[in-house]
Design a protein around this ligand. Structure first.
Ligand SMILES: *[C@@H]1O[C@H](CO)[C@@H](O)[C@H](O)[C@H]1NC(C)=O
Ligand SMILES: *[C@@H]1O[C@H](CO)[C@@H](O)[C@H](O)[C@H]1NC(C)=O
Length: 337
């Protein structure tokens, strides 16, 4: 019998659903045998199917701790505080087989400091297909929830999506970009999923990962970094505790971003607040060098310096931090190389 696309899908569903492993070995072989007879495939085709179709299984989802650590060390620049917390948070969560709640990370900082990039690195080291995985979902306020008048529709849609996706795969990841622009009610609607529930409507969300990205608190992080700089202190000596007070104060006092933060903080739904420092000239140079390397070019320091010199820095008098961080390096490099 010639296998058709339908046969492949059938067997894939059987394999992906975990049926073949959930039942004991003898019945497994029966199940596989049935599937094989049914489709004309041999049991060994399982591995081939695992290989070609992304499944919610360890073949496709397994955490690479060293990978995340080295990626953060080699590819993320100027973020010693964030790096440390992220490795600790994700490693702790992924090595716990029975977490009490989903992992909720809130990434704060100015544009171009690496918040999006970090979520990509996490995805890359959890999912074989990284951001292209079917189990990684990115929501942007402007793209997915643009009209506040349609908020009720968005709300039920978002809840259905989260529920549907987590039912399909407990190890799902959700990234919410521009969290500070999101309707507070929309954030309220996802709160139940972040909490310490064993199950909600029969679905457990405790293995999921939620990542919130926002500029909220960015200004107070900059203030702290600038104070260190002005005092002639080493940037690497900035500790989380130096930023935490500033971050929570600004987050609580800022009317615009306060709404969602307050409700999330009050209930301790966010596990880690992760500050991203503004980037300096040297970091922009590092970004440019890394980008050249990633493009398969020989990293050229003079080009990297040229790119970094071209950027705008603030505050106006001291010109310490790059206004857009590493964000426009891409296009600038196109120009110089
Ligand atoms: C984990 O990451 C390291 C460093 O990027 C890589 O060398 C290694 O092959 C990865 N391991 C797996 C199992 O993918
Ligand atoms: C999963 O989320 C996506 C949006 O990222 C949505 O389009 C899809 O319908 C969801 N799947 C389920 C089963 O709800």
């Amino acid at each position: 019998m010639k296998p058709t696309r339908r046969h492949v899908l059938l067997l894939w569903m059987l394999v992906c659903s975990g049926l073949t492993e959930a039942i004991e070995p003898i019945s497994t072989s029966i199940a596989v045998g049935m599937a094989a007879a049914l489709t004309g495939f041999l049991a060994s085709y399982q591995n081939i199917l695992y290989y070609f179709h992304e499944c919610c299984r360890p073949q496709w989802i397994s955490f690479n701790r060293t990978g995340l650590k080295t990626d953060l060390e080699n590819k993320l620049f100027g973020q010693h505080v964030a790096s440390r917390i992220i490795v600790k948070a994700v490693t702790g969560f992924m090595s716990n087989n029975n977490p009490k709640k989903p992992l909720v990370l809130s990434l704060h900082g100015w544009t171009g400091t690496g918040k999006n990039f970090v979520s990509q690195l996490i995805a890359k080291n959890v999912y074989k297909k990284g951001m292209d995985s079917n189990f990684v979902h990115v929501f942007t306020s402007e793209l997915h929830f643009p009209h506040s008048s349609q908020f009720d529709t968005y709300k039920s849609q978002l809840q259905q999506w989260i529920k549907g996706n987590v039912s399909d795969c407990a190890r799902s990841m959700f990234v919410f970009d521009e969290m500070d622009k999101m309707h507070p009610g929309l954030i309220d609607s996802i709160k139940p999923y972040l909490d310490y529930y064993d199950k909600l409507d029969g679905v457990s969300y405790r293995k999921a990962i939620f990542i919130f990205l926002s500029n909220a608190g960015g200004e107070s992080i900059i203030e702290t970094a600038l104070e260190f700089w002005k005092a002639g202190k080493n940037r690497e000596d900035i500790k989380l505790s130096d930023l935490e007070t500033a971050l929570s104060l600004s987050v609580f006092n800022n009317r615009k971003s306060g709404l969602w933060h307050t409700s999330l903080i009050d209930k301790h739904l966010v596990d880690f607040f992760i500050p991203f420092l503004p980037l300096e000239y040297q970091h922009v140079v590092q970004c440019a060098m890394a980008e050249m390397k990633a493009r398969g070019l020989e990293p050229d320091l003079s080009v990297a310096n040229q790119v970094a010199r071209d950027l705008v820095y603030f505050p106006k008098s001291e010109r310490v931090f790059a206004v857009k961080g590493c964000k426009t390096i891409d296009t600038k490099l196109d120009y110089y190389t």
